[in-house]
Design a protein around this ligand. Structure first.
Ligand SMILES: NC(=O)c1ccc[n+]([C@@H]2O[C@H](COP(=O)([O-])OP(=O)(O)OC[C@H]3O[C@@H](n4cnc5c(N)ncnc54)[C@H](O)[C@@H]3O)[C@@H](O)[C@H]2O)c1
Length: 345
């Protein structure tokens, strides 16, 4: 049996605790250390995992030769400085979303990982979700036809953050799925939102994205909403698909609905006929996406594989977030998205 990969988790708060649990139970991994700047949190986590080292500072993780891969799950402002220290120390790194809070920082991390042949992965969890993978297959095998547009909602009455707004906290998930399904970057982005609870920190944001070929997407995120929705609707020329992550058993519904173009007719409008066919509810694997994501990181570290959600994927999403943030501050004016720079692409 091949050697188990030594892993450390930096930041063991609400979400980090889930990562620690997964890596502690993963066949190909060995949880070597946990690290948290908050002594109480560190003590609490370490008490649950006897034999695992407890480090109060990332420099100790960076210097530990038993550790090969590090997961960064500190709050978002810590992602860039922590990932940088770890990559410079030769560690493979998996950073929670968003990869960074600045485009230049995301580019720097991608460059660093590329130069040193290190794995840089970002926690775009939904790309490991069997429901999203089902939708992606429908796009690539042509079942949906041409994808016209996508809209999604990620809203609930939830954790109100003070170091990032709802856009940066929630939208990385939706944007990563939209970019993955369409397989392209938007040309421009508009965003509007409002800060009802804390000045300057938007609780609710509506983002509109325009893509080449007239495709479009709309993302609605909020932590101030009576509903708990995590839902994507993808409208294609042949079929339409809805992924509802709040539905325990029927996460995917495929609608054989559309508008067909008939043969030769006199008036153009008369050639369009509505097709209102069956609804298919496929069986979707109920495997925990986070477990699949953690296993993927270990596999990438062991086999030196490019992660499904690599640093560039993180950078593309940060670019859209940054453009949306600028649009938000300018009352919703469109902001163009620039192509990835040569040295990181
Ligand atoms: N993938 C997902 O679905 C998902 C879900 C929730 C949160 N997240 C992401 O996970 C990250 C953590 O979120 P959370 O809700 O657990 O936040 P949290 O505030 O509960 O926990 C963050 C922890 O990091 C520690 N920390 C901060 N700076 C540190 C440093 N320099 N060194 C070591 N430890 C440090 C804090 O002490 C704290 O314990 C965020 O980036 C968030 O966006 C991802």
């Amino acid at each position: 049996m091949s050697e188990r990969i030594g892993i450390a988790v930096v930041g063991t708060g609400d979400w980090g605790a889930n990562l620690v649990r997964n890596f502690a139970n993963l066949a190909g991994a060995r949880l070597v250390a946990v690290c948290d700047a908050d002594p109480k949190r560190l003590e609490k986590t370490a008490a649950q995992y006897p034999g695992v080292k407890a480090y109060a500072d990332v420099s100790l993780v960076a210097a530990d030769p038993e550790i090969k891969g590090v997961v960064v799950s500190a709050s978002a402002p810590g992602h860039y400085p922590l990932a940088k220290v770890l990559l410079e120390a030769g560690k493979d790194v998996y950073v929670e979303k968003p990869l960074t809070l600045e485009v230049a920082h995301a580019e720097e991390l991608c460059k660093l990982a590329k130069e040193r042949n290190l794995i840089l992965m970002v926690g775009h969890l939904l790309l490991y979700h069997p429901g999203v993978q089902y939708m992606k297959k429908m796009v690539t095998d042509g079942t949906l036809g041409e994808v016209y547009y996508i809209y999604c909602q990620r809203v609930n009455l939830g954790k109100v953050r003070k170091d990032e707004n709802a856009l940066w906290s929630f939208a990385p998930h939706d944007l990563s799925v939209v970019l993955h399904l369409l397989g392209m970057e938007p040309t421009d982005v508009c965003a509007r939102g409002s800060d009802f609870l804390q000045t300057g920190i938007e609780d609710v944001v509506f983002v509109d994205l325009k893509f080449p070929g007239g495709k479009m997407a709309h993302v609605h995120v909020s932590w101030l909403d009576p509903h708990k929705l995590r839902k994507f609707t993808v409208v294609g020329s042949q079929k339409m698909v809805v992924f509802d992550d709040m539905d325990a058993s029927e996460k995917i519904k495929v609608y054989d609905k559309g508008v067909d173009r008939a043969g030769e007719v006199v008036a153009y409008g008369d050639s369009l006929t509505v097709r209102n066919g069956d609804i298919l509810i496929p069986k979707i694997s109920l495997q925990e996406p986070l477990k699949l994501e953690c296993a993927h990181f270990v596999e990438c570290v062991r086999d030196r594989k490019k992660p499904l959600t690599d640093g560039l994927d993180g950078l593309r999403v940060v670019k859209v977030l940054d453009a949306a943030q600028r649009s938000l501050k300018n009352g919703g004016t469109p902001v163009a998205i620039q192509p990835l720079p040569q040295e990181v692409a």
